[in-house]
Structure formats: structure tokens, C-alpha cells
Design a protein around this ligand. Sequence first.
Ligand SMILES: [Zn+2]
Ligand SMILES: [Zn+2]
Length: 291
Amino acid sequence: MNLRIGFHVPIKGGIQNSITNALDIGCTAFQIFTRSPRQWHSKDLVEADVKLFKTNLKKSGIEKNSVAVHMPYLPNLAGPDGELFEKSVNSFTSELIRCSQLGIEYLVIHLGSHKDMGRDHGINQLLKSCGQAVDNYKSAFKRNLDVTILLENSAGQKGSMGSKLEELGEILDKLSNKTYRVCLDTCHAFASGYDLSTEEACRRFINDFDNTVGLDSLKFIHLNDSKHEIGSHRDRHELFGHGKIGAKGLSTIINDKKMGNVPMVMEPNFVSVEEDAKNLALIRKLRRQPN
Ligand SMILES: [Zn+2]
Ligand SMILES: [Zn+2]
């Protein structure tokens, strides 16, 4: 199978532009926000844009299961009850609906922070917000959910949920149905203490991941390098090979029999389309052979 890899791309000027942006770079996988990620407010999607998005995606040759939407940043799905929690569930519901409208299979969510309420409370709140968002979706649409929710591992900032593989596995178990799978962010894993910087360390991590979360549950990868050292608990992405993980470790992921066949996107700071295209072509060459 060929590598399915790309970038998080902008939607400026309309959501349909994301596909042109992805193709210009040479992406065979990509990720978008459906709206501004740093605001609560979002405008409804424009029907004509949605139509164009769908036809353009079909024409693009990019596989449907290689496209993901990322949740906006403000919601906290594991926080205590109250106004913020309600707003978070509403925004989660709205993203599920937007994914469905766009025909996008995957919605990546952050697991949020328990806010000093303790891990168990955080897990319960997370299960509650997932349950409520899916129920809201079903009653709004009068049909079953056709979006898979991907739980993303965190960098292990204070109070954050799901930075350890065991915890991610535990949450996935508790949600226990086909609606939930996993998105692995390599920068977050490294920041939370997993060494990925050598081939050997990376192999150990992949094994560990399989034993705790399960490789079959892995549907998407954020192939980010890390600006900060291992165990820093800081979430700052670097371009592949330009951070503390380095190209050796990340190439191991690309060349792994299983992980290497999962769609992956990078989320560095945007420089230019030309730079992205050039970097993507270089990274593709690191794949030794199609697995
Ligand atoms: Zn993320
Ligand atoms: Zn991050």
C-alpha cells in the first residue's frame, strides 16, 4: 500500500478549498477544522460549499478514510458539569453533524482535562460528553451516527486525560463500541515520556501501543516532531525530522508494517505551500518499500 500522508490544511475561502490546498501540496491524506478552532461561535456550513467539497474530494483521488476533521480547541470534554461542559458537548455535537454533512469519516477529539477533579471524574465526564453528543446527533438527524470518533493521546499537561497508553486503552474499552477509535500524535506521546527517537525505541513503543490500545484501533496518525525534550509534557509541534524526535524514529513509524499503512498528517506551523510540497516529497522517499 502506498503511504497516505499529508498535512493539516486551511479552509480559508470555503471548506471546498481544503482539497485544492491538499492537492497542491501533494497530500494523499489531510485534516481540516470545519470552522475557526479558537472561537466558540461557528457559522453553518454553506450548502454549495459542502456540495463542492464532496465532488472535489471524489475527483481528488484521496481516499475517504484518509480525511479527518479536528475538533476546535476550546471545548473541554472531561471537565466538571456546568456551562463550559454544556458548551463543549454542543460544539462536539455540531462537529459530528458537520462531519456527516461533509461525508468525512473521522472526527479527532482531545480528551480534555479533569480540572483538579481527579482522573476518575475526568473519565466519567468524558464518557458522559461522548454519550450526550452522540445522542444529540441521533435525535437531530433521526439516524445512526456515520462518523467514527478518534480519541487523541495528549502530551500530559496538568490534568489532561489520555497521555498514557494504558489510560487511552482503558477509556477506549469503557466506550466499547465501533464509534470510537484512536488517533496517535507522535509529538504528544514523546512529550508524555515515550521515547520514539531511535528505531529500537520506536519498535518498543509500537509493541506497547499494540498491547495497551491495540493497533487495530489506530485509524489516524498525527506525525509530528516535538520542539521540546522527551517527558516535557509540552505540546509544541515541529516539522518531521526538525525536532527532538528526529527523522530516524519517525521513519520507523512510516516503515512499520501496520502503523505505516495508517493515514497520517503533520501539523507544523504553516510556512508555504511550496515548502510543504518539498518536505512531503522528501518524507515520502523515507519509505523503504510499499508494505
Ligand atoms: Zn490534536
Ligand atoms: Zn499537539
